[in-house]
Structures are given as C-alpha cells and as structure tokens.
Design a binder for this molecule. Structure first.
Ligand code: AMP
Length: 226
C-alpha cells in the first residue's frame, strides 16, 4: 500500500496550486503538470499554438476544452508520468473532468484524490497583484509577505539576479475576470469529484505555504492505494 499518486489540485488563481504542486512533486517524486505553464511556454516560444491562444490567456479566459484535453493527454503519455503526477490547473471544466476520467480508464488508472485549496476572493486579488515570478527557476515572490532581498530580482544564486516578472494576467481587472470564470466554470468540478468520493478540501485563506503543505501531505498520505 502507498499514498495517493494521481492527484488533482483545484483552486482559484492564486490559491497556491503551483507552489504546492512543485513542493509535492519534490517530496513524492511525482511529475508536476501545469497546463497553464505549458500554454505560457507556447506563447513565449511563439509557436503556432501560442499565437492562437495568446489573446485568450491575456484576457484570463479558458482555452477551448478539446485543446486543453489534447495538451493534457499528450503530456500524460510521457514516460515520467508512470510514477505518479500532480495536475495543477486541469481539469477546469466538468467536460475536462469527464474527458480525464475517460482517458484514465483507457490507461487502467483512476485519480486517487482531488484536493481543493479554497481562498477568499479579496485575499487572492491582494496576492496576485503582488505576485512576482522568477522566469529562470519559477520561484514565486510576494512584494508584501515574501519580497526578494534585492527588489525586482531573484535571490537564488543560479538565477544570477534574473529580473522578476509580473504575469500579464495577474493585473487586477484580469484577476477579477479569472475569478468569475473560476466560480462559474471550475467550481462545478468540485461537485463532480465529491460525487466520486475523492474530494478533500482545505480552507487556506489564513495559512502560509508551509502550513498548507503539511495539511496537503497529510491528505495525500491518508489515501491508501494498492
Ligand atoms: P494557470 O497558470 O493555471 O492560471 O493558467 C493560465 C491560463 O492558461 C488560464 O487563465 C487559461 O487561459 C489557460 N489554461 C490553463 N489550464 C487550462 C485548462 N485546463 N483549460 C482551459 N484553459 C486553461
């Protein structure tokens, strides 16, 4: 018997899905799959797909379900996913949750747990407007609660003072739009996983990243899989 190894993290933008998924992937040796990172990678590389989805991402809207599902299916087919994976940002609609279920059935797999990180909207707006990201190592800073030592630059030695970035979709107007999309389109996914009896939820408006990590690790370890 071992802990959960196929994990979905669901929560509004800024809830800490990426931070937790990165930490958990290190702790458990699972692959961290962020569809948002994959899409942003395409935009940065100016691929044909990147050019098609750039406006959608900038507006904080969702890319169409078939495209998101195709990207996810392709990523899951890579060898590193055999040990376990943490999905961060997928599924975001009930249609995506159903498509994932079908895909996993074909692979003879099931999801072990869906973890909801819940945070109040006002806390999220404050977090995201202050969020800065190192383009080199992915470290996330907050200008108020976790600022870099040298303003505007990453602290990590290998990043050599990389200039921190403010994601275009982390501006207040876009954030409010992304929160609307989350409440309307992604929240129904919670009911989907509740029906499958694999949903576990954590209210983390007042918790720091270490406290959230401890709680989430306990959630993962209490699920026993064959
Ligand atoms: P994230 O980094 O997870 O906040 O995702 C950034 C953006 O990528 C979102 O606002 C969407 O435009 C797009 N995106 C990421 N994952 C999905 C998904 N599963 N379905 C549709 N759009 C997505």
């Amino acid at each position: 018997m071992c802990c959960a190894k196929r994990i979905v993290i669901i929560g509004p933008p800024g809830a800490g899905k990426g931070t937790q998924a990165r930490r958990l992937s290190k702790e458990f040796g699972y692959s961290h799959i962020s569809t948002g990172d994959i899409f942003r990678g395409h935009v940065e590389q100016k691929t044909e797909l990147g050019r098609r989805i750039q406006d959608t991402l900038d507006r904080g809207e969702l890319v169409p379900d078939p495209l998101a599902c195709e990207i996810l299916a392709h990523r899951l087919s890579e060898a590193d996913c055999a040990n376990g994976y943490i999905l961060d940002g997928f599924p975001r609609t009930t249609a995506q949750a159903l498509a994932l279920e079908t895909l996993l059935e074909k692979r003879n797999e099931t999801l072990d747990v869906a973890i909801q990180l819940d945070v109040a909207d006002d806390v999220l707006v404050e977090r995201l407007t202050n969020r800065r990201i190192c383009p080199s190592c992915g470290k996330i800073y907050n200008l108020e609660s976790n600022p870099p030592v040298k303003p505007g630059h990453c602290d990590k030695v290998p990043c050599n003072g990389a200039v921190l970035e403010h994601r275009d979709d982390d501006k207040e107007l876009t954030i409010r739009g992304r929160l609307r999309v989350y409440h309307k389109t992604t929240e129904p996914v919670l009911a989907f996983y509740e029906d499958r009896a694999i949903l576990d939820s954590l209210e983390c408006s007042n918790l720091g990243p270490d406290e959230v990590q401890a709680e989430v690790m306990a959630m993962i370890c209490k699920v026993q899989t064959a």
